[in-house]
Design a protein around this ligand. Structure first.
Ligand code: NAD
Length: 356
């Protein structure tokens, strides 16, 4: 078994902090991947991991993704992410969030937190009682609130760019689109797609989320999880958890576009990125297409301006086309093309900072 340091070395992490508080039941891991561009901003995920190793790997992979996400989005932010281990309804409490806020504070601004899966703007409010290094706090407290609408809008424009690449037009009208996971982002995305005239199929493991979505958007069609690969669709939008694009699922895919919000969609980027190219599937790299939420919370740090945020989120459209072009020109898969652009910015800025 590899040690934490082996993983950190392989993925290039700067720091990992383990936080434990028996009183509130807090067990958290804060992973800081790279602070070349600025403080590491990334959400806190609350998840019932099967093993501690699984939680560590998740924090390491997610924080690395944040470095690339900030770099490709032109933000002056580093990559970080935190995970809290536990069953959300059982462990969430004011004491847990405030204790966690103290741990975040002890890093003196090197890591700034925000929402992620199973954490909300209300939870950020508790954290903000103990640290200033938190974003995504509610609007009534001067924050920008839930980042999901911005993430969903970014996914929508990135999907339109992918449609332009695949069909020569960016209209999604009449396109058959599967949204896998109708939580925060998936529901907002469904709204944009329906407004544009797409036929939307939804799937989720949580019946309450399905019910909410159907009540909001009557025209959606519900599909059970085990039937999704039999569907005749044009676009697959993964908006649940990662690694849904793997050898098994790719063999069943019969559509030309993957564009969704989930982080770490490719189970193994250097295996599955090339497989998608071979199959002629246009994959929009996750850390590019789902950057809307980061762009939004990051804006809280320099004086929030909604128009500026929307302008930056809209840039995902052109960046997606740029990445498809680079991928074709250099015969590399799209994730590798996006990483190349992000790494170049990291090197350029490291060089700027190293000189007087
Ligand atoms: P969420 O928890 O609100 O929604 C996720 C949904 O997926 C839930 O309804 C859950 O029941 C469902 N789900 C889980 N496993 C599933 C499965 N196997 N099949 C079908 N549905 C399943 O989370 P969210 O905030 O909407 O984020 C969705 C994804 O997008 C996550 O991977 C998250 O990391 C990523 N993301 C979110 C944001 C954001 O602004 N919220 C930003 C960037 C990336």
């Amino acid at each position: 078994m590899q040690s934490v340091f082996d993983h950190m070395q392989q993925m290039g992490h700067e720091q990992v902090a383990f936080c434990h508080d028996p009183h509130s039941g807090l067990n958290a891991i804060i992973a800081i991947h790279n602070t070349t561009l600025g403080p590491a901003l990334g959400g806190t995920r609350l998840w019932n991991y099967n093993t501690h190793e699984e939680a560590i790997i998740d924090a390491l992979r997610l924080s690395r993704g944040m470095t690339y996400k900030a770099a490709i989005s032109g933000l002056n932010l580093g990559g970080g992410k935190a995970v809290i281990i536990g069953n959300a309804p059982e462990i969430k409490s004011e004491a847990l969030w405030r204790r966690y806020g103290k741990f975040v504070n002890s890093l003196n601004g090197k890591y700034i937190t925000a929402e992620d899966v199973n954490t909300s703007a209300r939870d950020m409010e508790y954290i903000s009682l103990e640290t200033e290094f938190v974003t995504g706090v509610p609007e009534y407290m001067g924050g920008s609130g839930d980042p999901s609408p911005f993430t969903a809008y970014g996914v929508f424009v990135g999907m339109k760019a992918a449609a332009k690449k695949a069909w020569g037009s960016d209209s999604l009208s009449g396109k058959r689109i599967l949204v896998q996971g109708v939580g925060h982002v998936g529901q907002y995305l469904t709204g944009h797609l329906i407004e544009e005239g797409a036929k939307v199929f939804i799937t989720d493991i949580n019946n309450e989320k399905i019910k909410q979505t159907v009540e909001k958007f009557h025209s959606v069609e519900v599909v059970s999880g085990d039937k999704i690969w039999d569907l005749d669709i044009d676009i697959y939008a993964p908006c649940a958890l990662g690694a849904t694009v793997n050898s098994e699922t790719i063999s069943k895919m019969r559509f030309p576009v993957i564009a969704g919000a989930a982080n770490n969609q490719l189970a193994e980027e250097n295996v599955h990125g090339p497989m998608l190219i071979e199959k002629g599937i246009h994959y929009v790299p996750d850390f590019l297409i789902n950057a809307g939420g980061l762009i939004n919370v990051g804006a809280e740090l320099d004086g929030y301006n909604r128009e500026r945020v929307m302008g930056n989120v809209n840039k995902i459209y052109d960046r997606t086309l740029e990445i498809f072009d680079l991928s074709e020109k250099e015969k590399i898969h799209t994730q590798a093309a996006a990483m190349k652009i992000a790494e170049k910015r990291l090197q350029d800025i490291a060089n700027v900072k190293a000189r007087l």
